[in-house]
Unconditional design. Sequence first.
Length: 312
Amino acid sequence: MMRTRIALSLLLTGALIGCSRRATRHYVERLEVLVPALAEADALGIRPERIQAMVSEELKANGHFEFPKPDKAGAKPGHPTKLELEVAPIHEGTVDGRAGNYLVLEASMLVKRRGEDGWSSYEVGERVQEKISGASLEERQAAATRAIKAALHETILMADLQLDAVEKSDRELIRDLNAINPRLRDAAIRVLADRKNPAVRGALIEKLKGSDVDGVRRAIGGLVALRDAQAVPALIELARGKDPSFLREILFALGAIGGEEAQAYLFTVSQGHDDSEIRQVAEQALSELQSRTAAGEQRRESGKQHVQRSTK
């Protein structure tokens, strides 16, 4: 798919976006917007320059994003942020259980923040279904405008919350896991998983039960990052009835997490699954797990011998 890339001329240009409603500010070093270069999108008014203007409006309305000037010595503010927004191709269709036609649009944003230990990255996004009130081009354009505004508003709000979460302590984030606001909970889950805090395991396992495939995949990735064998039963349950492509991802996740239960399941699948490709994937994941386990045991044994020699 051809896309038009707009690297907004906001690399520390000194443009100030909005007034802060709280002390936390997000200092944006770079903002990029990716918009599909499609004739249908153009006809609906989804043009790169229009999206650029709408993004700037939403950032200003949010009030927590700033594009600061370097000081006289050329120094930049601490913890700069990079934002990469992408608008997926819009499509029209029906929605289960609803009458009429809808425009469906997705916006996603990769949020990168530089901290003391380097850059951390988080992805947020929103999928919007906007009903088309009639058959005319004007009515379809109006629906597209509403969909874009809604998707951008929610995506930028989630980016704001995600950047706030990065500033929080683990104790604060664990408290946010019980927040009423689901966006707040999701932001906490992403950061705790990135920090490999085992307290997030339960929240990630709960995410496996969701209907959002991308959300389930992110939860799997978070559990892999934790390397917590207690997540294995939930992943085995998730594997039931999944299509081959999704099942392959789960098998490799189980191999990465490891543990006796994961090893036993991979062995069973490698020997008895109906699909030969799935058997091969399970065998590969099992082989990698066994090699990693053997290497770990060898390192531990080597360490024991070193300690014994040192104490003689």
